[in-house]
Design a protein around this ligand. Structure first.
Ligand code: HXC
Length: 513
């Protein structure tokens, strides 16, 4: 028996060595950790249990039968993150470039099925040259098996992807089907077709980094939600993100202990500038309202005119969607509508209550917006809020103009509680533009047109640049002092804690895609 145990231990050592010491050194030389090191830093100490360590591929194509590495280039298993069950796969670039084929895919599929059946999050640490070229169609089939499960698991368990190396070709579609993507700056990239193909087809010369690096995807495409300067930061980011999420769609996110005290926040009284056209940073309002240092921003550098992220209020997880007056005056456009809609749908799928801070002058006009389907994209946000059944609260801090008033979680589309600060302006449009349209004739015929325009602008502003018309109709439940905001929200979310709401029976809705 002793000999057999020794033989087993030798096999385990062999598997742990991955593609060998030289390839591990090469991986480190690129500022990258190995798959096992990543799992080690991700999981609670001694909690990781590996599954399928001895799996090998079955191919003999192109001499592959002479190289059958144990584990087939991916480490899979389960363990705890902050004490909570989580499934993980980590591709091992030291073994055939982490390329994916039949056996490699079947290992990932196995833990995906387990994660779905047992209702726990799945994390994928991607570092792979894509479909294993030698194995042909079984590699493609393996990917499709994973894509299918990503879709089945969507909205049931949280799925997080970290890109920690190359991610090319169809391989990008598994991360894209998951809820959140994190990338590591300078060592990871994602693209459907690489720079060489791009050059051949479009004659563009572009580097991998420019085409699909972390900076590109966090600012231009919005494909990635988080970027980190190194892998350890990325792993810590994954753990932090999980802390705001439930294990699955049937559960609530874990709440931290919180003892109520003085919840008045006087600082909030001095954030809105005197001049209604002067910008301010909505993050100051968010930070001043939620539990200290609890705001975890998602998609920080993309479509900055809307700010989204998770936070805690009196210890409970909430999702925040906020117009950002400091960027493009907080206007809604194509990208911000898509960004907001996706976040709202995630929160709704996972029972995370939604808090909206609204200061929006309307939708961005122009050919660029119209030709890129602001109608369809704006409708996404409208649809996402309208179908959300989680507790939903809106605080209007300043402007709530036009269609954007409706879209940003208005009472009319199902918000549970709507508060407004005294600085709120709720109207069809800004006073200047409104006066120009409805008093066009008076302004034109006046001896001093400019003065008439100003007079009519002031008249319109007097009537609508306030929250009281909306409050008189019950569209606003309460006009509150900014310093009361936190207290009011804590009470309102507590009141909504057991909210039960459902959508009409349907197979699924048809969100404007
Ligand atoms: C088999 C692969 C591989 C692959 C890399 N390797 N990619 N083996 N299939 N897809 C192997 C290499 O042969 C090499 O083996 C080892 O992994 C390390 O690769 P290097 O090229 O030495 O590393 P590096 O210089 O860092 O370059 C990494 C890379 C490059 C940029 C990822 O390897 C590369 O371009 N690979 C091909 C990428 C690709 O086109 N994949 C297919 C995408 S299409 P040795 O033994 O020499 O060390 C796709 C379809 C999926 O994925 C569709 C799903 C719908």
């Amino acid at each position: 028996m002793q000999e057999k145990i020794k033989a087993l231990e030798a096999k385990i050592e062999e598997a742990k060595l991955g593609g060998g010491e030289k390839r591990i050194e090469a991986q480190h030389a690129k500022n990258k950790l190995t798959a096992r090191e990543r799992v080690h830093f991700l999981m609670d100490e001694n909690s990781f249990e590996e599954i399928g360590m001895l799996v090998t591929h079955r191919s003999s194509n192109f001499g592959l039968d002479k190289n059958k590495p144990l584990g087939d280039g991916v480490v899979t298993g389960y363990g705890n993150i902050n004490g909570r069950l989580t499934y993980v796969f980590a591709q091992d670039f030291t073994v055939m470039g982490g390329s994916l084929a039949e056996a490699h895919a079947s290992k990932i599929v196995k833990i995906m099925d387990m994660a779905l059946k047992n209702g726990a999050p799945l994390i994928g640490l991607n570092d792979s040259g894509g479909a294993r070229i030698q194995e042909g169609v079984v590699s493609l089939g393996g990917y499709a098996d994973i894509f299918y499960r990503n879709t089945q698991a969507s909205g049931v368990i949280p799925q997080l992807s970290a890109i920690m190396g190359p991610c090319a070709g169809g391989a990008v579609y598994s991360p894209a089907l998951t809820d959140f993507i994190s990338m590591v700056e300078n060592t990871s990239y994602m693209f459907v077709t690489g720079p060489n193909v791009v050059k051949t087809v479009t004659h563009e010369e572009v580097t991998s980094e420019e085409l699909g690096g972390a900076s590109t995807h966090s600012t231009k495409s919005g494909v990635t939600h988080f970027t980190y300067s190194n892998e350890i930061e990325c792993i810590n980011g994954l753990k932090k993100l999980l802390s705001y999420l439930p294990q699955n769609c049937e559960e609530d996110a874990p709440a931290l202990d919180y003892k109520l005290g003085n919840e008045i926040r006087e600082k909030l009284n001095s954030i809105i500038p005197q001049n209604p056209n002067q910008p301010y940073d909505i993050r100051e309002v968010i930070g001043g309202t939620v539990d200290s240092d609890s705001f975890h921003e998602v998609h920080k550098n993309y479509a900055e005119n809307i700010v989204v992220g998770f936070a805690r209020l009196a210890g409970r997880s909430i999702g925040i969607v906020a117009n950002q007056p400091a960027f493009l005056a907080g206007v809604l456009d194509n990208n911000s509508s898509k960004k907001g809609a996706r976040f709202v749908r995630f929160c709704d799928a996972f029972n995370i209550p939604l808090l909206v801070f609204e200061d929006v002058p309307g939708f961005l006009p122009g050919t660029d917006q119209e030709w890129n389907a602001i109608i369809t994209n704006g409708a996404k946000l409208l649809y996402a809020f309208s179908e959300a059944t989680v507790p939903r609260i809106t605080v209007i801090t300043r402007k709530a103009y036009g269609g954007a008033y409706d879209v940003m979680n208005s009472k009319h589309i199902g918000a549970d509680m709507n508060f407004a600060w005294p600085s709120s302006e709720i109207a069809v449009m800004g006073a200047k533009g409104a006066a120009e349209i409805i008093f066009k004739r008076e302004i034109k015929e006046a001896d001093d047109s400019e003065a008439k325009w100003k007079e009519k602008e002031a008249e319109y502003a007097e009537m609508f640049a306030n929250p009281y018309n909306a409050a008189a109709r019950g569209y606003i439940d309460e006009v509150i002092r900014p310093d009361q905001t936190r207290e009011k929200l804590i009470k309102a979310f507590k009141m909504l804690e057991n909210k039960v709401d459902s959508l009409p029976k349907k197979k699924h809705g048809n969100i404007p895609m």
